[in-house]
Design a protein around this ligand. Structure first.
Ligand code: TYM
Length: 386
């Protein structure tokens, strides 16, 4: 807790897991987390509502990776009435993007295409500058631009993606953020985020900016335009507050759609930037990708003989988990699961299939990423809405 940027108090008993927007520790119990946060599980009838309007269900939802929400059903009904809405998500640009970050953005792009709605994407260079004592503001803004390339590379149409870089597009955000700030007491913000007396005042103000973007589409369009926010469940504290103060401010409540975390290759609950070998970055070359996957922790047995005899445990295995996220068809996921359990699939083989799939995905991604390099400003919200 030594520096201003680290001034948060989040030290629960050892056996408990911790999930905050800044930290995930321990083995996450996702059902327990829902009860703790007060979000709702995504039910089959809500998924059916999505199918009714989208015409299909994305594999990340069908395979249970996106598993919880706030008012997802309400926004689907709002859509059914032909009323306007938008999508919103973001990234704290602290370094290169890993494939865990990409997962909510893949769903963002799919939702934007399927529903023909605009996506607002916030890059919080201010947040990362304020949070990391070692990070200069220039460096955080440079990472915002680098990370924007990964978003653009997913293939959004120019008029459907609006990038918000906090320090550069602040003139649009600030009038909304000060209204938000006036409604939020220090005690509510401190309790929600675990801030302490040594938290710097920048971090204490920052939540107003992440909340402001949830209301920005309404401001820019001049009519009620609720947002749907696909992200991992760690971001829920912001949107709980955003929902509490929306009505008093005259904005529609934001809806959310929450995923679990993409596991670390080391077997922990969340891929983390603090251990580069736990995560695959979009900028990793094929040698690095291969090394990381081949060295990954698995749910397999110590020897091939034991594996054949007793089978492996896909439930704790990051390699299987990545098949669930990236396999093209449900049947191959189920086959991998059964073959692993029966001992018919050995870890080396399973890793190789995964390596080929991820390497191919990232090969194409990197080409599109480089093509985006001179085009970031074309997607910037304040350039478009000047
Ligand atoms: P950041 O940069 O920590 O994370 C960016 C997005 O990636 C999700 N995420 C993950 N999803 C799956 N598996 C993982 N291992 C994993 N790690 C991170 C996060 O939930 C997030 O969706 N303060 C935010 C930036 C932000 C934002 C937003 C995020 C601004 N506005 C609106 C979501 C929605 C941040 O630092 O995200």
């Amino acid at each position: 807790m030594g520096t201003a940027g680290e001034g948060r108090d989040a030290s629960p008993p050892e056996e408990e897991f911790v999930v905050t927007p800044w930290e995930v520790r321990g083995r996450v119990d996702y059902e327990k987390l829902l009860r703790r946060f007060g979000a709702r599980p995504l039910t089959q009838s809500e998924i059916a509502l999505l199918e009714k309007y989208a015409g299909e269900v994305h594999p990340l939802i069908r395979r249970g990776f996106f598993y919880a929400h706030r008012d997802f059903d309400a926004i689907m009904r709002w859509h059914g009435e032909g009323r306007p809405w938008a999508l919103y998500t973001g990234r704290g640009p602290s370094g290169p993007v890993h494939i865990g970050h990409m997962v909510p953005w893949i769903l963002l792009k799919w939702l934007s295409d399927r529903f023909g709605v605009e996506a607002y994407f916030q890059l919080t260079d201010d947040e990362k500058f304020l949070d990391d004592p070692e990070m200069s503001l220039g460096e955080a803004t440079r990472w915002a631009y680098e990370n924007a390339l990964d978003v653009i590379a997913l293939g959004f149409a120019r008029d459907r993606l609006h990038l918000v870089v906090d320090t550069e597009d602040i003139q649009l955000l600030y009038p909304v953020a000060v209204r938000v700030a006036k409604k939020l007491t220090w005690s509510a913000v401190r309790a929600t985020f675990g801030f302490t007396d040594s938290t710097n005042v920048g971090l204490a103000f920052y939540p107003t900016l992440q909340i402001a973007v949830a209301y920005l589409p309404t401001e820019l369009r001049g009519e009620a335009t609720p947002v749907l926010i696909p992200c991992a469940i760690d971001q829920d504290p912001y949107f709980r507050l955003a929902r509490d103060i929306a009505e008093p401010l005259g904005y529609p409540k934001p809806a959310t759609l929450y995923s679990k975390f993409v596991m670390a290759l080391t077997g922990e609950s969340k891929m983390s930037a603090s251990n580069p070998d736990s995560a695959i970055y979009t900028t990793d070359d094929e040698i690095a990708i291969r090394r990381k996957i081949m060295n990954a922790f698995t749910g397999g047995r110590p020897t091939a003989e034991e594996q054949r005899k007793y089978g492996g445990n896909p439930d704790v295995c990051p390699v299987y988990h990545y098949h669930v996220l990236f396999a093209l068809d449900d049947a191959s996921v189920e086959r991998a699961r059964q073959d692993c359990r029966a001992g018919a699939l050995l870890c080396g083989e399973c890793k190789l299939v995964l390596y080929r799939r991820i390497a191919e995905f990232l090969r194409e991604h990197r080409k599109r990423r480089e093509k985006a390099r001179d085009r970031v400003d074309e997607y910037r919200v304040s350039v478009k809405f000047r």
